[in-house]
Design a protein around this ligand. Sequence first.
Ligand SMILES: Cc1cc2nc3c(=O)[nH]c(=O)nc-3n(C[C@H](O)[C@H](O)[C@H](O)COP(=O)(O)OP(=O)(O)OC[C@H]3O[C@@H](n4cnc5c(N)ncnc54)[C@H](O)[C@@H]3O)c2cc1C
Length: 430
Amino acid sequence: MTHGESTGDHNSLDRQPYEYVIIGGGVHGTCVANYLLDEGGYDHGELCLVDPHERLLASFATKARQCGMQTLRSTFVHHIDTEPFSLDSFAEGAHREHELVPTEDYPNRPTLDLFLDHARYVIDRRDIDACHRQSTVTGVTRSRTRGLLRVDTSRGSLDARRVVLAVGLGGQPTVPSWAASLSDDARLAHVWDDDFDPAAAATFDGRTFVVGGGITAAQLACHLSKRTDVTLLSRRGLEVELTEADPQWINWRHIEQEIHSLPPGSAARYDRIRAARHDATIPPYVAHRLADARDCGDLDVRCGEIDHAHAADGRLQLRFDDGTTATDVQVVLATGHDPAPEHPLVGTLAESLSLERGANGFPVLNDRTLAWRRTDGADSALYVSGALAEMSVGPFARNVVGGRRAAERLLEPHDQVNSEATASLSKGQS
Ligand SMILES: Cc1cc2nc3c(=O)[nH]c(=O)nc-3n(C[C@H](O)[C@H](O)[C@H](O)COP(=O)(O)OP(=O)(O)OC[C@H]3O[C@@H](n4cnc5c(N)ncnc54)[C@H](O)[C@@H]3O)c2cc1C
């Protein structure tokens, strides 16, 4: 038996608990682990990063490849390391400066390969893999040992002083109602299906409809159009925006002024964040890629919606809202995810730990520490990063930079001793 672990219903007083268990080894969980190791002064035995994938960041890397993404939308200073120019130095050291792509009116952006190779370099340098436990968290409850949380995983339980929830966008891929009743053998896929393979989709003989109006749909349409006939079907005209929100939302003081001034968990906060996010938009360089593919005759862009779909003998037929039809086609949905609060763990944890949920089911957090508030008003020892922290971290919460903001909050000296976490949050500052 090692640090903080328990496989049975033992009293775990005789085992040392983890200082932090991080649920999710994606961009955010790995970034938080790196900060805790580097700036927090924790050692590997004190942290556990639980994720079902074989490799950290696998979820992001797979999604990026599934939609044919070539470059990040964010800048070279947004990565999982603690030092802002780390990726820049890495590119220079590896003679890969050409992978920092110049962008009009914006700092350079890394290629996907550069971003991922740099992340791997950070993981190897800090040996973050040593903290990775390949399993899935099924629940978190109060441990029998006072002040500790018990994290149940598919490979036994872990005791921790604090838990960080970093499970990403959360919900299931969104499927429109006309697609929900199609049989499993219909030529219909969602770009975020675990088994979606763009290379296989590109071998289809007929026309492929990519449904969606955001960056994922546009990138995928361009990618597939190199090898097959593609129509990008968007409900409305495509909207162009360079970034997911105005860059001022990266600034914590701006978030304090604009978001924290509104009641925690309120609909007013939710509405302000939704209004600030440029959801379902494409950046100019993707718009140019689309226009080039269109000019070459590789791609159509169509405004409209599918009303009805029918599959028979493996052939898919579509009827559009303007009454026209298409036969023997394939459809790839790029219609996003269900909202983050629909991740199954959110409801489970809220119930087992009596945690407060606000507008649209989002966790209500302490804005300063990102501790999820209990229904009795006290802070729990469960902290939140990523899309689920949007109500406190603002419109960039889900983005790479949101992981850094969350890590900084965790490491900030806390003047009050938390009701569940009895130790100071940063060893380096204790
Ligand atoms: C294609 C794509 C491109 C993007 N490009 C950019 C960009 O250029 N710039 C930018 O800033 N942002 C970008 N984003 C947004 C954001 O940075 C990514 O979504 C990022 O992956 C979010 O990190 P995360 O850790 O919150 O989620 P993820 O990276 O998805 O990681 C969440 C992890 O939690 C794990 N998990 C879930 N449930 C459990 C459980 N019960 N137990 C254990 N583990 C669990 C999952 O397996 C997953 O590995 C992009 C997103 C996508 C999808």
